[in-house]
Design a protein around this ligand. Structure first.
Ligand code: SF4
Length: 592
């Protein structure tokens, strides 16, 4: 590992990944050797290793099985399947079997919501469409010690499920065509074309892509960096998975266009650890583009246009989808979001001005350069130009990818995906918006309902309290722990909801949840904590009966009679006089 990467401290996360792939886990003495070689403290290296959920500092078995635990996996029965597998393998969920053969546990959404329930095997292989027969066969193969790489190939098939293609999903471009157009225009006019398109970032925040590139280009620095954020961790989202499978060329082309516009020579694709199985095919596309002179030195024969892309694999940390946390991870650190300003466009990867854009944004940028900014701006709405890809899952007959121009009503999307008797949709994943049936006429656009691209459908048989509780567990699981309001707040939310679920809650618990929402929204360090209570706020407001059903009584006010509790003490001390009693607030004798 050291020979491959050199003793470069900021390559630590990649080194840990490779070491773990070789050893199965990360023993302490190995971490100590690595720390010594990189001249980092052992505590520092162990701190990084323990931050990422896909790194293991304890043995986790020859077979490490991670069940995807998104709400849509639950709706498809993942819990019963996990229990069945554990029973067959004689292992407790979350623990490694005594003989070190296997461990079975859950992870957050694996980006396979359209073909769940799904699981990851040893972090580099997937099994989709789990059912009882597959689970039983998995148990048999593990007991027979059949390597996971020899398991049935059809289990690992990941369908693209493109149901409604638009320009991004349905149309391809010849490799190099967008880039040739950019080179012909020159960097300044390339940027102007992107600005004219009105393209806004597809990661959720919707910042103007042209403005971001211009800020990065104008920021002083020896080097400029382009980063593609492929850390698609929002539960219910899987569009980047398909773009990287079907249109990787376009993603890399868009990144190269950005490099041309801002003057970058180095690029990274930050691929979420759950998509490890895409790594080889992506590397092959990069290799081909190098052969075609679309990457490397003097791209398209343009003297001085040098740019290349490296793939950096994440390791199971949702927070790394936040751009400054992603940069920390690229630098071999824990994925803790940075204090901003300075923003990455001024001070990003290793202090260089860095533009970070989403996979879909780079695809769109490539199309824009090939077809023109006006073509893109003619689609969608005035403030939300172009088309948008949606990952639709949940209670519908045709889950998969749907591409619509911005401004499309939710009702049309529900009709197209075969949803019926729908009571709610979650737009934009857990950190997005819960819409009730009254709101299905609303339109997907930054000026109405913004989204990063997930749309989960819940029919009337679903319990919206349980949906909110699943999301609350997700945020508590994914909090990076850096700031107290989020670290403690997400845990308190989970406890309150679990208490309600156990039938021990009162109206006061619901009020406390609302107070936690206000507190966390105002005080957390990054967007994860600020958005963690969004589903809670929406479901309490729109599906209140789902909460009230669980209260011991609508009018119950919890209390504690301290005076009564002191009765034993009074008997022991022989005190029966008035002064041995505590004041009773509603007793006039105590308010002379
Ligand atoms: Fe980490 Fe949560 Fe604080 Fe963000 S809000 S920095 S995820 S603890």
């Amino acid at each position: 590992t050291l020979a491959r990467h050199g003793a470069v401290p900021h390559r630590l996360v990649q080194m840990l990944r490779e070491l773990q792939a070789e050893l199965g886990w990360l023993p302490r003495d190995v971490l100590a050797q690595l720390a010594h070689a990189l001249q980092r403290s052992q505590a520092d290296v162990e701190g990084v290793a323990s931050f990422y959920r896909f790194f293991h500092t304890q043995p986790v078995g020859e077979y490490r099985l991670l069940f995807s635990d998104n709400i849509t996996d639950r709706m498809l029965g993942n819990q019963a399947l996990l229990e069945r597998l554990c029973l067959r393998l004689h292992v407790r969920p979350g623990q490694t079997r005594h003989d070190g053969r296997v461990s079975v546990t859950t992870t957050s959404c694996t980006g396979l919501g359209d073909q769940g329930p799904a699981l990851l095997v040893n972090h580099h292989q997937v099994v989709t469409r789990l059912d009882e027969a597959r689970v039983d066969e998995i148990a048999r193969l593990i007991e027979a010690r059949v390597p996971a790489t020899e398991w049935p190939a059809e289990w690992q098939q990941v369908a693209d499920n493109i149901r409604r293609p638009g320009p991004l999903l349905g149309e391809s471009l010849a490799p190099g065509s967008a880039l040739a157009s950019a080179v012909a225009r020159g960097p300044r006019l390339t940027l102007e074309e992107v600005e004219a398109s009105g393209l806004r970032g597809r990661g959720g925040a919707g910042f103007s892509t042209g403005l971001k590139w211009a800020l990065c280009r104008d920021a002083p620095g020896e080097q400029h960096i382009v980063v593609c954020n492929a850390d698609e961790g929002e539960p219910g989202t899987f569009k980047d998975r398909v773009l990287l499978t079907r249109h990787a060329d376009l993603v890399f082309e868009g990144m190269t266009v950005a490099a041309w516009a801002i003057g970058a020579r180095q690029g990274f694709l930050y691929l979420r650890g759950e998509y490890r199985y895409l790594l080889e095919s992506l590397e092959a596309v990069l290799a081909r583009r190098r052969e075609q002179r679309l990457l490397g030195a003097n791209i398209l024969g343009q003297a001085g246009f040098d740019f290349d892309i490296e793939i950096h694999l994440g390791a199971g940390a949702y927070v790394c989808g936040e751009e400054s946390a992603l940069i920390e991870s690229l630098e071999g650190q824990r994925g803790t979001p940075r204090i901003r300003p300075p923003f990455p466009v001024e001070h990003g990867y290793l202090g260089h001005p860095t533009t970070v854009n989403n996979v879909e944004t780079f695809c769109a940028a490539a199309h824009i350069l090939a077809k023109g900014g006006a073509w893109w701006a003619a689609m969608g709405t005035r403030k939300s130009s172009g088309s948008k890809i949606h990952s639709i899952s949940g209670d519908c007959t045709r889950p998969g990818l749907y591409e619509y121009p911005f401004g499309t009503p939710v009702a049309q999307m529900l009709e197209d995906c075969g949803a019926s008797d729908t009571q709610a949709v979650q737009v934009g994943g857990p950190s997005g918006t819960t819409l009730s049936a009254m709101e299905f006429g609303r339109r997907i656009a930054f000026e109405d309902v913004p989204t990063a691209g997930a749309l989960m459908v819940f029919n009337r048989s679903r319990d919206m309290f349980e949906v909110a509780r699943n999301f609350a567990h997700f945020f508590a699981h994914e909090s990076c722990g850096f700031c107290t309001p989020c670290r403690v707040g997400t845990e308190l939310v989970v406890r309150q909801l679990d208490k309600l679920a156990a039938g021990r809650g009162s109206r006061m618990d619901v009020e406390q949840l609302q107070q936690l929402d206000v507190l966390m929204h105002a005080t957390t360090h990054c967007g994860l904590g600020a958005a963690a209570c969004n589903p809670l706020r929406d479901t309490i407001a729109k599906f209140r009966p789902a909460y009230e059903r669980r209260l011991t009584s609508l009018h119950f006010v919890p209390g504690f009679d301290l005076d009564a509790e002191l009765a034993d003490a009074r008997i022991l001390t022989g005190r029966t006089d008035t002064h041995a009693h505590l004041p009773q607030t509603d007793d006039p004798a105590w308010h002379p």
